[in-house]
Design a protein around this ligand. Structure first.
Ligand code: BGC
Length: 743
């Protein structure tokens, strides 16, 4: 009991000063020796205990295996990690129990879903991605880590780096959208934000890149559903954000629930052959909730013994809430069905993480009640949440410059089921986000407009039922108003895990409410709050101003009011394409050409007969209160060799009346290749800020590496040929030029 702290400390000291022959040991070697020094003390039961993670209180996101009190498991040294326990007082109690009552006192690891904030809730990740502001995204993760670590947490199950092209899939809200290149940058930024430069610092936490892999490609957008795709699509579209997270040092990875090409992710060769062998990833791999057991339901494992064998063999180190390792590994080892080295490797990965977090030096490092009392939900954190929330919003339409609205409107009608909401605005996975601390839209408006402005309010309807009884009151208020702000969308519970939708329209009777209010002929500003892109063709056609606010978090109302009343000039750009109808899904910008590219005039081309082929709003799209003009695009050459780089220059001028930010986007197209390439692919961008009438010249450096792809032999190569490079304000409006890459 407790010997571990002493022993480990003693042994570690020896190693710290240790030499290997005459050579001084590297930090990594010392760490390995520390890990080994603990491993040698452990019984097989204790080793298996380290591979077991159970859930404490908090939201349970899957079936609970009955009859396993984690308290007993802790005392018996049969538990390595806990999720869903919170707060310094409780985590300290658990840690004390672990250290004092288990034989070896190996510190407990605490993990939690800190997806977009801990207590200060930031916009949902999909929204944050629309800021295209990597620094702000990193900062959001940094603050989340700072708050969570002040409350006893060591490890977040984030970032989710799954590419998602299907908005029916509710978990699209947790990721960075449809683009692989941008998604990879954001994955790295989030990992850096959570982990900082030093995992052992008391204000950083371990990240977890999830869900490896291809979870976002679930058939029909139905959560947990089957994924089947070519190795090419996997490598080109779905894997790069994971690689980026691994390269950024993500301390852990989580496997997905789905099967990929017939093999569940918990046993998929992707783990061993790509993650471990190809990328040399040596972090810790955790299952998803019960995902090892679920290989039985998949029809892949006959029983839990087989499931455990497959998962161990594939390198899944920690069993989240499945209790299958705890139940079957001991016998399997004794019967020779699982070699001890496999167990040892898994244990080492977990111990290494505990060392890296500094838990062996000070198991209470993250249990600081003073920090917990003073550094959570601070005014600075709220300010940061407000800043990124407004950067995340996308102005979809603004006819006749209806926005920004003046603050001295005489009468303002604020209508809609999300207008006075302080709960849904926090979004799914809100950790400890508290509605009492959140700013509703109407509150934000009240605090922003002139005190003399008369504000009328009616919900009009609920988010998702068919009760129209509130319509008449809402319409009556709209009639009295000079401007109507109409807040509609989804509840927080309509996106996230197990929240797939088959209809992407506004839920319930909200679309009817919008139409009724619109009939009054007043200027209507539609504020959308939702966890995924919606199909809103009628609104796009008829409503003069539409702001996509997403689910903006704790500071929602302030941030939306900042945008509506012009204290912030919107700059967000879509990271997902908005469909015209659910039937158009999947619709994404970087599709292939086909042999019969869509032509509305020609019958036998790849299109729909009832709706256009183009999305309602394209990838990269978003308006500002000002306008930007692109001119003088120039390439440093029209021919480059494999060892050259190409300078792409363009001038951008703010030709409107407001200072504003613009995301200048660079796309390429490889016209002819040995494997067909997408019609366009994002390869770079710059977010700039320009005063009215200001011009800057933007310069991008394109290298042959940007043009590379997997050939027919799955070699990552660059092929000579003719390319286009396009620079513009979104994936539809751009200026393009051609160049040739010669051998
Ligand atoms: C989800 C994970 C999450 C875990 C723990 C699972 O159901 O798929 O993303 O981290 O639960 O809450």
């Amino acid at each position: 009991m407790r010997i571990i702290s002493l022993l480990a400390f003693g042994i570690c000291l020896i190693f710290l000063h240790g030499c290997h022959g005459h050579r001084k040991l590297s930090e990594g070697e010392i760490l390995e020796q520390k890990v080994d020094s603990i491993l040698t003390l452990m019984t097989l039961e204790e080793k298996i205990g380290q591979l077991n993670m159970l859930s404490g209180q908090g939201e349970l996101t899957g079936p609970v295996t009955d009859g396993h009190s984690y308290i007993d498991a802790i005392k018996q040294g049969r538990l390595g990690a806990l999720l869903n326990v919170n707060g310094v007082a409780y985590t300290r109690r658990i840690q004390e129990m672990t250290l004092q009552e288990s034989r070896l006192g190996i510190p407990m690891l605490f993990g939690y879903d800190i997806i977009h904030g801990y207590k200060t809730i930031f916009p949902i990740p999909l929204a944050e991605a629309c800021s295209w502001d990597l620094e702000a995204i990193e900062k959001s993760a940094r603050i989340a880590a700072d708050e969570a670590s002040a409350a006893g947490q060591h490890w977040t199950f984030a970032p989710m780096v799954d590419i998602a092209r299907d908005p029916r899939w509710g978990r699209i809200m947790e990721g960075a959208g449809e683009d692989t290149w941008l998604g990879s940058l954001i994955a790295a930024a989030r990992v850096k934000g959570f982990q900082g430069d030093d995992l052992s610092a008391p204000n950083t936490i371990a990240a977890c890149a999830k869900h490896y892999a291809a979870y976002g490609a679930a058939e029909g957008g139905r959560d947990y559903n089957t994924t089947d795709m070519s190795e090419r699509t996997l490598r080109e579209v779905y894997l790069p954000p994971f690689k980026a997270a691994a390269d950024a040092g993500s301390a852990t990875f989580m496997v997905a629930f789905n099967e990929i090409n017939g093999v569940p992710a918990s046993a998929n060769p992707l783990l061993k052959y790509i993650l471990r062998n190809e990328w040399n990833y040596n972090g810790m791999i955790v299952s998803d909730w019960n995902s090892i057991n679920e290989m039985i339901a998949h029809g892949f494992a006959a029983n839990s013994q087989e499931a455990a064998i497959f998962a161990m063999r594939s390198g899944v180190d920690l069993d989240m809430q499945g209790h299958v390792y705890a139940e079957v590994l001991y016998d399997l080892v004794k019967k020779g069905k699982i070699p001890v080295w496999q167990i040892d490797n898994a244990v080492k990965n977990i111990l290494r993480l505990k060392f890296q977090l500094g838990l062996f030096d000070d198991p209470y490092r993250y249990c600081n009640s003073e920090r917990e009392a003073t550094s959570i939900l601070t005014p600075e954190n709220r300010k940061a949440a407000r800043e990124i929330a407004r950067k995340s919003m996308v102005l979809l339409k603004n006819e006749n410059h209806l926005l920004p609205s003046g603050k001295t409107v005489r009468t303002l009608a604020v209508i809609g089921p999300l207008a006075d909401d302080d709960e849904n605005i926090l979004g799914g996975w809100k950790a400890l986000g508290d509605p009492d601390e959140a700013v509703s839209l109407i509150r934000g408006i009240r605090e922003t407009v002139d005190p003399k402005t008369k504000i009328l309010y009616e919900a009009g309807c609920n988010i998702n039922d068919d009760d129209r009884s509130g319509f008449s009151k809402a319409v009556a208020e709209a009639r009295k108003a000079d401007v109507v702000i109409l807040a509609v969308g989804e509840s927080a519970a309509m996106s996230g895990e197990a929240r797939s939708r088959a209809d992407l329209g506004l839920p319930g009777v909200q679309h009817e409410l919008v139409k009724e209010v619109f009939k009054e002929g007043k200027p209507v500003v539609l504020v959308l709050m939702n966890g995924r892109q919606l199909a809103i063709p009628w609104e796009a056609q008829n409503i003069p101003a539409i702001l996509e606010a997403w689910l903006p978090g704790t500071e929602a109302g302030h941030a939306i009011a900042d945008v509506i009343f012009g204290d912030y000039n919107p700059s967000g750009k879509l990271v997902v394409s908005f469909p015209r109808s659910t039937g158009q899904v999947p619709v994404y910008y970087n599709h292939k050409s086909t042999g019969r590219p869509a032509d509305p005039e020609k019958r036998f081309t790849s299109k729909y007969i009832d709706i256009p082929i183009e999305p309602l709003y394209p990838f990269g799209y978003g308006l500002s209160y000002t306008s930007f003009m692109y001119s003088h695009m120039e390439l440093s050459s029209d021919t480059i060799t494999m060892s050259d780089s190409l300078e792409v220059g363009i001038r951008v001028t703010n030709i409107g009346n407001y200072k504003g930010e613009e995301v200048v986007q660079l796309y390429i197209c490889d016209h002819v290749a040995s494997v067909t390439r997408p019609v366009m692919e994002l390869k770079d961008f710059k977010k700039i800020e320009l005063d009215s009438a200001e011009t800057v010249r933007i310069s991008f450096m394109l290298t042959p590496k940007h043009l590379a792809f997997y050939d027919q032999n799955m070699q990552f190569i660059t092929e000579p040929g003719v390319f286009s490079v396009m620079v513009g304000t979104n994936s539809v409006n751009y200026t393009g030029k051609k160049f040739t890459l010669v051998p």
